[in-house]
Design a protein around this ligand. Structure first.
Ligand code: AMP
Ligand code: GLY
Length: 426
């Protein structure tokens, strides 16, 4: 079977690497792909916002499955267009992708389905938001409704900070994403990610992970797309995961189906483990980046068969997924300046040396320039390794990082710290 993978990040490199291991794969195409993905796929220069061009390509290339990696094409309805043209597609349609594309949509769904989440108010205007703030204490959380690349959430510690956040959102700084805001109760606890595959009916838990969103060590500094992750996340015990599936994910999938907008793809639930149990912080309608890298490092099954089963509504017939027991850990190497303006063009060498240590280097923001690989994005590489325990996986990932020669890159040196701190207390 020929497969078309949409996307160009480290997540898609990990998906491409795993899809390429499937016996059923003939040719893997990636649009647009990246130099790392090119080791497993033919990269094609398709504008994924041009749905007709994607359909034409799929037809010309006898594509049997399309896998959509990032959120933007999902929220843009690419999966609907492809399915309407007869192509099995992994990823939700536009209506179901609102679970990621509209925070207000998800909060209202939680209210209808009695799903544990932070208390909230949706506000479409500044005056309304001012009034809605009054009953909340501090800190309070203010979110732009739409997609904002991880930058649309402000945790305001004081009324002045709340006002500044409302100013930024209603003054058009977030474009259409900020035309509406959600004000919500601040939840405290530890954050963890739970992945569940669903074809709209059947559910298949697909692992847990913990991300490191802040750019600096010790979880300091501005938010990023994620500076590193590990899987599994032992803090989400099997009992807590079962509870989160029963109280959060299952009612979400059932409600979406009952309301005529079944969700098909992967649900990435961002959870807060509160004293009252797991609560939903947010949903993403896709795999996490870099969480996908650690999930793929541990997944032992046939990814093509599994994603095809999701896309064709036959997930219930699939066996439970098998993951290696060894934990995996990934360290993102970003270009200097990230998450602000990242320095482009810095030379990257030593990927072979890094992989010779046993780590796997997934590429994200890279580009070939002449005969050199150079940085072309904020997050550039994700160096991934497994080990007998998390300490071993962490040491192996950093051996890979240290074998790189990427002078304009930087990484956090403490990926995995929460779990390591817990382990050292035992
Ligand atoms: P989101 O884009 O909704 O995941 O929010 C980004 C980050 O803001 C989350 O990963 C949390 O760290 C934090 N956050 C969002 N909502 C809340 C909340 N209600 N209480 C505490 N922290 C939150
Ligand atoms: N790493 C966070 C995300 O993919 O949303």
């Amino acid at each position: 079977m020929n497969v078309l993978l949409i996307g160009s990040g480290g997540r898609e490199h990990a998906l491409a690497w795993k899809l390429a291991q499937s016996q059923a794969l003939d040719t893997l195409y990636a649009a647009p792909g990246n130099p790392g993905i090119a080791a497993h796929a033919r990269c094609v220069d398709l504008a994924v916002t041009d749905h007709a061009a994607v359909v034409d390509f799929a037809r010309d290339s006898a594509i049997g499955l399309v896998v959509i990696g990032p959120e933007a094409p999902l929220v843009d309805g690419l999966a609907d267009t492809l399915r309407a043209a007869g192509f099995p597609t992994f990823g939700p349609g536009k209506a179901a992708a609102q679970l990621e594309g509209s925070k207000g949509f998800t909060k209202d769904l939680c209210r209808r389905a009695d799903i544990p989440t932070a208390g909230y108010v949706r506000c479409a205007g500044r005056a309304e938001a001012e009034a809605a703030l009054v009953p909340f204490g501090y800190p309070v959380v203010i979110k732009a409704d739409g997609l904002a690349a991880g930058k649309g959430v402000v945790i305001a510690m004081s009324p002045a900070e709340a006002q500044a956040a409302l100013d930024a959102m209603f003054d058009g700084g977030f474009g259409a994403a900020g035309a509406e805001v959600v004000i919500e109760e601040f939840l405290s606890g530890e954050e963890v990610s739970l992945f569940v595959l669903t074809d709209g009916t059947a559910l298949m838990p697909f692992g847990t992970a913990q991300d490191h969103k802040r750019v600096g060590e010790g979880d300091t500094g501005p938010n990023t797309g994620g500076m590193g992750a590990y899987s599994p996340a032992p803090v989400l015990t099997p009992a807590l995961a079962a509870r989160a599936i029963a109280e959060i994910v299952a009612p979400t999938v059932a409600t979406m189906r009952a309301e005529g907008i079944p969700f098909s793809g992967v649900l990435y639930a961002g959870l807060m483990l509160t004293p009252a149990g797991p609560k939903l912080i947010e949903y993403n309608a896709r795999f996490g980046d870099p969480e996908c890298q650690v999930l793929m490092a541990r997944y032992e099954g046939d990814l093509l068969a599994l994603l095809l089963a999701v896309a064709t509504g036959t997930l219930a017939a699939q066996p439970a997924p098998v993951f290696v027991e060894d934990p995996a850990l990934t360290v993102v190497v970003a270009a200097r300046g990230y998450p602000g303006t990242a320095e482009a063009g810095g030379a990257i060498a030593g990927i072979d040396r890094a992989e010779a240590t046993g780590a796997r280097v997934f590429q994200a923001g890279t580009r070939v320039e002449g005969d050199r690989l150079v940085a072309a994005g904020g997050r550039v590489l994700a160096v991934t390794a497994t080990g007998v325990d998390l300490a071993a996986a962490q040491a192996a990932a950093y051996r890979g990082v240290d074998a790189l020669d990427f002078p304009t890159g930087f990484s956090r040196r403490d990926i995995g710290w929460r779990e390591m701190a817990r382990n050292s207390k035992r």
